[in-house]
Design a protein around this ligand. Structure first.
Ligand code: UGA
Length: 445
């Protein structure tokens, strides 16, 4: 099929590239000329495992194209996928300006029957609104369907090819059949719903996962007070198949371009529809507090932050990405600066460049050991596996004081203490060390 994808962010680029890989003829459109130029040369503007090889392969197979002109590709398109950003506005609502701009452009240039797919995360009712905008200028047949995205950054390519489910919300059987053809080669449950239900499934899924994270973080905070160990508690809970093991990793809370924005938006949607979503307000508050509690832990461990030198491992909002949007590290850095820290040194395997666009007055390094040298404390803010495999014995010898605050419970507590570190995690006491959701091996000795 001839498919056009508008927006080459994480969602649009992965979706477009992978759709070409399963045999469709795909054109990705973006207004950013420099991005399109880069993509045409086979390079990805985002860090996503495996994506460049698939881009290159499908450019050569002439199934994947990039352009800045939606107008030029629209005449040949059977399906147009809208995958532009829907950032939070000042009140926490999803800002639909980019979605509306694409809808207007489609309406202006459309001359034949097509299916328009909302892949951007949008409030219930948006598909109908998009259809209205297109139909203001185009009298022919067009149906706007909802096909929410469940890709995770860092594993987006694998998630595309092996999804848990594909959800498509349609009005007509014809549209459902066309969407079935789009995803035909992907083997997984296909859930066909109303448009409104599909839009809600996306928000409800992200909000539920965020709730799991805030829940386990609160349990971790209680564990610290009662002497239980969160790793053991989460493991024991997660083995109950009704609860499930995933998303029970306590830590600094969730970040990224999706959970924070979508949880706020769902809370707003509820409010504007006359419902007070109390639980979600708690989820947001707990997430914000996890960042504050970490700064308190740093303060306690150092006997005061003022005048101290802090080393931060991790700037990305999670591992395997260069994305720093709403990352815990970037929330904590200004708090430390406000508390009078002497210096902040930071290292991240991929996200340094993006972080420096947002934070100032930090020193960044390309070598973690050089970064840590001479610091009073090491704070782990991102769950990169490579931090686990650092030579912690060597690190101890480089530091002014051997203090580690592990905001992601990445390291083996006992191992660190045996090395002589003062180690503080999240919700960790002296568990037996045999139970862990993340099946962490011992770090390199
Ligand atoms: C999330 C969803 O997982 C995807 O299904 C969805 O498609 C995507 O949002 C989206 O709406 O586009 P993503 O933002 O890439 O994906 O990241 P996750 O892997 O879900 O992690 C989100 C945050 O939660 C990270 O900051 C991570 O560190 C944190 N997290 C995750 C925890 O603190 N504990 C956990 O147990 C799991």
């Amino acid at each position: 099929m001839n498919i056009t994808v508008v927006g080459t962010g994480y969602v649009g680029l992965v979706t477009g590239t992978c759709l070409s890989d399963i045999g469709h003829n795909v054109t990705c459109v973006d207004v950013d000329e420099s991005k399109i130029k880069m993509l045409r040369s086979g390079k990805s503007p985002i860090y996503e495992e495996g994506i460049e090889a698939i881009i290159e392969k499908n450019i050569h197979a002439e199934r994947l194209h990039f352009t800045t002109s939606l107008k030029d590709v629209l005449p040949k398109s059977e399906v147009v996928i809208i995958a532009v950003g829907t950032p939070s506005d000042k009140e926490g609502k999803a800002d639909l300006q980019y979605v509306k701009a694409v809808a207007t452009e489609i309406g202006q240039h459309l001359d034949h029957e097509i299916i328009v797919v909302d892949k951007s995360t949008v409030p219930v009712g948006t598909a109908q609104m998009v259809e209205g905008i297109i139909k203001k200028q185009y009298n022919g047949s067009v149906e706007v369907v909802s096909c929410p995205e469940f890709l995770r950054e860092g594993t987006a390519v694998a998630d595309f090819f092996q999804p848990d489910r594909i959800v498509v919300g349609t009005r007509t059987k014809k549209a459902a059949d066309i969407m079935n053809n789009v995803f035909e080669p992907i083997k997984c449950p296909k859930v066909n719903t109303t448009v409104e239900s599909a839009e809600m499934i996306k928000y409800a899924s992200n909000a539920f996962l965020a709730t799991k994270i805030s829940f386990i973080n609160e349990i971790a905070n209680i564990c610290e007070r009662v002497g239980a160990d969160i790793e053991e508690v989460a493991y024991g809970m997660g083995l109950d198949s009704r609860i499930g093991k995933k998303f029970l990793r306590a830590g600094l809370g969730y970040g990224g371009s999706c959970f924070p924005k979508d949880v706020r938006a769902l809370s707003q949607i509820a409010g504007t529809n006359g419902y007070d979503f109390q639980l979600l307000k708690g989820v947001i508050a707990v997430n914000n507090d996890q960042r504050k509690f970490l700064v308190q832990k740093i303060d306690k461990a150092l006997g005061g932050i003022h005048g101290k030198k802090v080393a931060i491992l991790g700037l990305a909002f999670k591992d395997n990405t260069d994305d720093v949007r709403e990352s815990a590290a970037l929330d904590i850095i200004p708090m430390l600066q406000k508390a009078g820290v002497e210096s902040i040194d930071a290292y991240d395997p991929e996200a340094t460049e993006n972080a420096l666009k947002v934070v100032s007055s930090i020193n960044t390094y390309t070598d973690p050991y050089a970064m840590i040298e001479g610091n009073d404390i090491v704070v782990i803010a991102t769950e990169w596996r490579e931090f686990k495999n650092l030579d912690w014995k060597k690190i101890k010898s480089l530091m002014k004081q051997p203090i580690v605050i592990d905001g992601r419970n990445l390291l083996d507590k006992k191992y660190m203490e045996d090395l002589g570190f003062t180690y503080t995690g999240i919700g960790r006491t002296n568990g037996k060390g045999s139970a862990s959701l993340s099946k962490k091996s011992n770090p390199k000795k």
